[in-house]
Each structure stands twice: as C-alpha cells, then as structure tokens.
Design a protein around this ligand. Structure first.
Ligand code: PGA
Length: 250
C-alpha cells in the first residue's frame, strides 16, 4: 500500500456528510484502485466512515494521535485505539497542531514512535511560515523540523512526509511547482542520508491543492502525491484530483 492522495477533513463532518461525500466521490472517480487514497476524518467518525465506504479499500487514518499509549490524559486518542478501528495511517505534527496546540518536535517524535509501535504509517507534516519563506529560510527550517522530529525516533519501518508551507494552507496560494520539487528533493536527501533506518515511502505536497493546480504539481518528479484539506471536503473535487493524479502517472 502506497498512500499518495490523502484527504484531511480537519474539524468538519457528520454522518450525513460521510454518506453524501461517498456518493459524490464514487460517482466521479474513474479509477478502480483505491489503495493509494486515504481519508482522515475527525476521529469520532472513523468507524462510521469505514462502514460507509466498506466495499472500497480506501485507507482511513486519523488527524492526530496522542504521544502516550494509555493514562490519565483526558480527551486524547491513542495509536492503538485508531488501529483497533482499522486505521492504517495518522497525520502527525500538522502545522495547525504545532501552532494551535503547541506541539513541539519532541512531542511529535513520541507520536512517531507510538505510530511505529502500532503499525500505523505516520504522515509527518513540515512547513515554513510566510516570514521564514520571505527570509529564504525554508530549507533551514525544514531541516530543523525533520531532524528535530526524527533524531530520537529510532527505526521507523515506514514514514510519509508532507511538505505543507504554512502560508499555503487554506490561503489559495501555492508555491511554484518547481520550487516544491526542489524542496522535496532536499527532504528525500536529508532523510535518506541522515536516517538510513527510516523507511521513507513518499513526500507529499499540501497547501491549497485543488483540481485546477493539481496537474502542475503532479508533473514534478519529486512530488509523490498530495495532502488535501479544503478541496477534499467535496467528494466530486477529490475524485477529480484523483483522476488527474492517475492520468499523470500513466
Ligand atoms: P488545504 O489544507 O488544502 O485546505 O490548504 C491542507 C492541509 O492543511 O493539510
């Protein structure tokens, strides 16, 4: 299984939404292989969504996991719990969690270890702020985030990295695809050269991906897929992006 297009539904959804999304998605998706697709609904709806898409093997994951397995940690959800519900991946260290919930690289590292211990594929998010981008500090910031999250993580059998510039998320702005390509090349180099025990599967791009800009991104050699927020809430648009992705890989 190689996850390439992952929907991040963030704090959106309902049982009604799951049904409607599935109708829209399945009536517009032209492919018959679902193994590269993933959806991260709000954790509360994982079980329901699994039931709704039961006939299709789209991967389900969570948007976050706790850094501990069990304990007095009111409100948290562990990697073993999402595994129990049939999840195969979890987004970890999304910039919204780093900014709004003060997640540090040390916490993110513990979450990666929890994911590994429970055979959950982590999608580690990294990304620079607008200011860091303007100051040409992108590579430096990303390297710090990668090293900070991975240096104490030990052996990880599989890891996906999502490069999501903070200024591109939900803003309608996307970086130039060639620039994203160079960032992804650097990310692959850093992980492969510094962390030979980490099985990097792919590097996805995230930040205002939509049907219109998808092809220009997917044409780039080092962009292996995308993590999609806003545009993934519309089942028809997510299907259209998946169709573009499949056509770009023929
Ligand atoms: P966006 O979000 O596609 O709405 O920009 C992407 C993300 O935050 O993962």
């Amino acid at each position: 299984m190689s996850l390439r297009l992952v929907a991040n539904w963030k704090l959106n959804g309902s049982k009604e939404f799951n049904h409607h999304w599935a109708i829209e998605f399945f009536s517009n998706f032209h492919g018959n292989n679902f193994s590269s697709l993933g959806i991260a609904p709000a954790s509360l709806y994982i079980d329901h969504l699994k039931g709704v898409i039961a006939d299709h093997d789209i991967n389900i994951g969570s948007q976050n996991i706790d850094l501990e397995e069990t304990g007095a940690r009111t409100g948290e959800i562990s990697a073993s719990m999402i595994k129990d519900l049939g999840c195969v991946f979890s987004i970890i260290g999304h910039s919204e969690r780093r900014i709004l919930f003060q997640e540090t690289n040390q916490m993110i590292c513990k979450k990666l270890i929890q994911a590994e211990n429970n055979s959950i594929i982590p999608i580690l998010c990294i990304g620079e702020s607008a200011e860091e981008n303007q100051n040409n500090a992108t590579f430096e910031v990303l390297q710090q985030q990668i090293i900070g999250a991975l240096e104490n993580a030990g052996e990880l059998s599989s890891l996906i990295i999502a490069y999501e510039p903070v200024w591109a998320i939900g803003s309608g702005k996307t970086p130039n695809p060639e620039d994203v390509n160079s960032v992804h090349e650097m990310v692959k180099d850093v992980v492969q050269s510094r962390f030979p025990k980490i099985g990097l599967q792919s590097v996805l791009y995230g930040g205002s991906v939509n049907f219109k800009n998808a092809l220009s991104l997917f044409e780039q050699k080092n962009i292996d897929g995308a993590l999609i927020g806003g545009a993934s809430l519309d089942g028809k648009e997510f299907a259209s992006i998946a169709n573009v992705f499949n056509e770009s890989r023929i």
